[in-house]
Design a protein. Structure first.
Lengths: 357, 441
């Protein structure tokens, strides 16, 4: 943007009528209570925050976002108690627990209208949700190959061959995802991408950091392997920058950052670029429920990641705190729920048991 | 072979399709194979477990001409369901009423038998399976159907559409503006007073005459003076928008826009025609006056380039053409990433107007909503009130109020429309320069 454009934008923003929210008449959907339940998986130690919201009409909504020890619900309570639960679009992006709040409000809205969240949002757009887990499992056959940790800043041919061997070990009738967690240099990412592209991985996830768009451009210019980015991205403008230049083939907003409606907005952004969405998810089972409603309400959904902890105790805990068990796949797909709201019941007694303090 | 009773342009102005005809066409020359279709939309089986139980049972299209020669007969869509719920939408396309009415009927097979709650799915099918993607005719047809689906959805879920979309940002309603075209100094002074009394914060005027590729000094001076008069007569406290209506070339627009910078206009609208984004960018990059455009753009696909390049400051997509509530919401969401504000266009009938304020109320980047009414109610306002039972699209304290009623928030009877039968398609204004060559208006 040049100087003139910036001035113009600034003037326009100043011209907004102050959209102060007046105290409206008390309504059934007004929020009366917000409670935070920090949860910890017993073995992995993975923590997440569950948010419980109640309304005047005694509806309860549940949401989830990543645990942040430096955040409490005070700001949230002062901003949201007394406001209507239908206002999920009005949550400012800077709000603490933003994703959890968004998910919980949509849960309430669905319950109020006696409809699954995806129906509130115009779905279903599909009848089942393609998914993968890492490590892959019988019910989720897509394989995930993590690149070996690079030893040098720039790896040579041997490194590429090492990855190619891993790809060759996957039977040709099985799909696989190659993931580098942003660890490779752009040069390595490009050469690794080129060496596996004829193996047709579903996509190459986080091949290199996305902070330098010129570096990403190098990778995208040198290989046709589809590229996925999204880890840690909070500003949808970064997705826009990648989309504008055709540098991204799979948009991966984190549900823990964007919630349901924010992820849907990123999906809308990607749609005119003919690019699909595969939301990132490293949280608990409430986020899995949210993911199902995202997938079932957007047109450009491709696949959903489902965390599957290695320890049996952690998996049992996920089953214990949320029912029904949504995280089991059927031939690589999650089921679309049919009950109102998120379609889940949270076991509050179990939340105390796994409290993360 | 029974042909479709294609356009029954009868006195009631209702277009209905005849019995559906299922002929097997083996293979056409392009190699596409048309197989016999089951009744109802294809792909329905996949949703057997997740459908809502509500089914579309009928589709009616109405052409409604307020005057026999109207260039913009309203095109209304009515969807009926197996449970008696009714949904209304609007797909009015100025100058092309018959084409949109026919196009809406072409979508009958996409609708009858479908679950109306699946608006996103139906929208995608109408857009993608139209193959040519969407221009204004398909876009307006989709728009009318989409609004009717949202009306039905809201009624079935017991909520106004803006609540389903996560609004409202402002419980007072949606900030709006009226038109003040052609008003002289005295009339403007009156408007200023009325606006002050009614709490109206924004109005929109235009520029006089038609413009050639480059223009002579008197013509340019006249345009500048007309805009200056608006600020002089209306005072500093009201926001003023000026619609160039794409009458000007980028070259001429740039000159005028530069001269009116000190007036602090809210925006200049369509300073050149919409197809060429670089041309629009040429005007915008040399101006501190915000530039608005978009009323002729279809779907978020049609706005992509303007948005990603951050060319304009304001988008004005029209709910009756862009593809309804679904598409307007997506355009707004996409525009927000580029810090572009929304000031949706509305210059057709009351259904589109009532639909657009539902979406406005849930936009984080909403600026102001148009309606082609005047500060003082006119005969059209009276007809709308007669149809809907309330003064639709009249502001209270500068805002269009939001209804608590489910869906789009109104009821409408077919009988009330019958007083205004379809007068046929009429062209929009055709204007020419002194030498007979075609002019933009």
């Amino acid at each position: 943007m040049n100087q003139i454009t910036m001035q113009r934008r600034a003037r326009l923003l100043a011209g907004f009528a102050p959209q102060a929210v007046q105290a409206a008449k008390p309504a059934a959907l007004d929020i009366t209570e917000i409670r935070h339940f920090p949860i910890r998986e017993p073995v992995s130690g993975n923590r997440y925050s569950l948010l419980r919201i109640k309304t005047r009409s005694e509806l309860t909504g549940w949401g989830e976002c990543p645990y942040d020890p430096n955040t409490d619900t005070k700001t949230l309570e002062s901003a949201w108690i007394g406001r209507p639960a239908n206002g999920y679009a009005t949550i400012p992006p800077s709000t603490p627990f933003r994703a959890a709040l968004d998910i919980a409000l949509l849960d309430i809205l669905g319950k109020a209208a006696n409809a699954p969240v995806y129906r509130i949002l115009g779905g279903p757009t599909r009848s089942k949700v393609r998914a993968y887990s890492s490590p892959s499992a019988e019910d989720f056959p897509v394989a995930v190959i993590e690149v070996p940790k690079p030893v040098w800043r720039n790896q040579g041919k041997a490194y590429q061959n090492q990855i190619l061997e891993l790809a060759n070990a996957v039977s040709p009738d099985r799909d696989f995802i190659l993931t580098a967690n942003g660890l490779l240099t752009p040069g390595d990412a490009a050469s690794v991408g080129r060496s596996v592209e004829s193996k047709h991985p579903l996509w190459f996830d986080e091949p290199c950091p996305h902070s330098n768009i010129d570096a990403v451009r190098k990778v995208a210019n040198e290989t046709v392997v589809p590229l996925g980015f999204g880890a840690g991205i909070e500003d949808p403008g970064i997705f826009q920058a990648l989309l504008r230049e055709g540098l991204i083939d799979l948009v991966r907003p984190e549900i823990g950052i964007f919630g349901i409606s924010g992820t849907r907005r990123v999906a809308a952004l990607a749609e005119p670029y003919y690019v699909a969405v595969a939301p990132r998810h490293n949280g608990g089972p409430v986020t899995t429920a949210a993911a199902i409603h995202i997938a079932a309400s957007i047109p450009n959904f491709f696949i959903q990641h489902v965390p599957r902890p290695a320890a049996e105790a952690d998996r049992a805990m996920r089953h214990e705190i949320v029912s029904p068990a949504l995280e089991t796949g059927k031939s690589g797909f999650l089921e679309v729920t049919k009950s109102p709201g998120l379609g889940i019941t949270v076991n509050e007694a179990a939340l105390e048991k796994y409290h993360a303090s | 072979m029974r042909r479709r009773n294609f356009l029954a342009l009868g006195s009631a102005g209702i277009v209905t399709a005849g019995t559906r005809n299922r002929t097997r066409l083996e293979t056409s020359s392009c190699g596409c194979s048309f197989l016999p279709q089951a009744a109802g939309p294809l792909g329905l089986e996949a949703f057997a477990d997740t459908n809502s139980g509500l089914k579309i049972s009928g589709l009616k299209v109405f052409g409604v001409s307020l005057t026999p020669n109207s260039d913009r007969p309203y095109v209304f869509v009515k969807l009926e369901t197996n449970q008696g719920l009714i949904g209304w939408g609007e797909g009015t396309l100025e100058g092309k009423a018959g084409a949109v009415m026919a196009c809406i009927n072409d979508f009958r097979d996409f609708l009858v038998g479908a679950d109306p709650m699946q608006v996103e799915h139906i929208w995608q099918s109408m857009y993608v399976h139209s193959f040519y993607r969407a221009g204004p005719v398909i876009g307006s047809a989709i728009a009318g159907i989409d609004q009717a689906l949202w009306d039905l959805r809201g009624k079935a879920l017991g909520m106004p559409v803006y609540k389903l979309l996560g609004g409202p940002f402002d419980p007072r309603g949606v900030r709006g503006y009226y038109h003040i075209d052609g008003a002289g100094r005295e009339r403007l002074a009156e408007i200023r007073e009325t606006a002050r009394e009614q709490g109206i914060t924004c109005v929109k005027g235009g520029i006089p005459g038609y413009y050639e590729w480059l223009e002579r000094r008197p013509k340019i001076d006249r345009a500048i003076k007309a805009i200056q008069l608006l600020r002089e007569a209306l005072g500093p406290d009201i926001d003023i928008a000026v619609d160039f209506h794409a009458k000007t070339s980028p070259s001429v627009a740039s000159i005028i826009v530069k001269e009116v910078e000190p007036l602090n206009l809210l925006f200049v609208e369509e300073p050149c025609p919409p197809e060429n984004v670089q041309a629009m960018a040429k005007i915008a990059r040399r101006s501190t006056t915000p530039i608005a455009t978009g009323e002729r753009l279809i779907a978020s696909y049609g706005c992509r380039e303007l948005i990603e390049m951050g060319v304009v400051d304001i988008l004005q997509t029209d709910i009756n053409h862009v593809g309804g509530i679904t598409a307007l919401w997506k355009v707004a969401a996409t525009a927000n990433v580029s810090s572009i504000s929304m000031a949706p266009h509305a210059c057709e009938g009351p259904i589109g107007g009532l639909a657009t304020i539902q979406v406005d109320a849930a936009m984080p980047n909403f600026l102001v909503q148009e309606i082609c009414g005047q500060v003082k109610p006119n005969p059209t306002d009276k007809i709308w009130e007669e149809w809907l039972g309330f003064p639709a699209m009249r502001m209270v304290d500068g805002h269009f109020p939001l209804s608590e009623k489910p869906g789009l928030g109104f009821e409408l009877s077919e009988a009330s429309l019958a007083k205004y039968p379809f007068g046929g398609t009429r062209p929009m204004a055709r204007v020419f320069h002194e030498d007979g060559s075609v002019a933009e208006w």
